[in-house]
Design a protein. Structure first.
Length: 239
């Protein structure tokens, strides 16, 4: 396996600035929704920017619908030369919504070469595992980038037993040579009707009040963002 470790990335980890990339080479996994809502949650305590590098511009359309109301900064960029300079951005966290197709490998490579942490959204379906596994194997593991799989669009109606069976598979399955399991967030995102209209309305989860319709989504994204920040804090303490 080719070593794609990056000294510049390691240095940035020491200075606490981080580039977080949300990856997914298959539609319907919730990549853009994850990027936008985690950015909103993390912006409560950090300066955050979202960079849309996906030619489909889903996040850009979302941001345009929001106008000036997003609680974080936003830009779009598909030039690999410019993306390689993301470390020059003066933010605590830069979250990248990556291309949704393996056809855009130049862009994805440029982003991952300066990425500190990867999130791979995954719906709890056995059919969705292979595309995520291939993407991690091809792009993330060779660079030795820390990552977590985020179970997304979890339908509570499927029952606790099915969810736990999928979690057990992620924890104990053989996906990569010599490695047991696939690292995952302990928290997960439940399916919620409130999220369907967010891109059209230009809203993010922190702009909703705590109601019956929004409570689960507010809790889930907040919990995932706190788990992520705790992971980073523990890594900083060890370093």
């Amino acid at each position: 396996m080719q070593d794609r470790s990056n000294p510049a990335r390691d240095l940035a980890m020491e200075t606490k600035m981080r580039v977080l990339s949300v990856i997914g080479q298959k539609g319907g996994l919730g990549k853009t929704t994850t990027a936008m809502n985690l950015a909103a949650c993390m912006s409560r305590a950090s300066s955050v920017a979202v960079v849309d590098v996906d030619p489909q511009l889903t996040a850009t359309d979302w941001a345009e619908a929001a106008g000036e109301d997003l609680p974080f900064d936003f830009t779009s960029e598909t030039d690999p030369a410019m993306l390689s300079r993301m470390r020059e951005l003066e933010y605590d966290v830069v979250i990248v919504d990556t291309p949704g197709s393996l056809a855009d490998t130049d862009v994805l490579n440029a982003v991952l070469d300066v990425t500190d942490f990867v999130i791979a959204p995954l719906t709890p379906s056995f059919m969705e595992l292979k595309p995520v596994q291939r993407t991690l194997q091809q792009f993330v593991l060779p660079r030795d980038i820390p990552y977590r799989v985020l179970m997304n669009r979890v339908d509570p109606r499927d029952g606790r037993a099915q969810l736990e069976a999928f979690q057990a598979l992620l924890d104990t399955g053989s996906f990569f040579d010599g490695v047991t399991g696939m690292p995952r967030f302990r928290n997960y995102i439940r399916q919620a009707a409130v999220m369907k209209n967010m891109p059209l309305e230009g809203t993010v989860i922190t702009q909703y009040t705590d109601t019956r319709q929004s409570r689960a989504a507010i809790s889930d994204y907040t919990s995932v963002s706190l788990e992520l920040m705790n992971l980073w804090a523990r890594k900083d303490q060890v370093a």
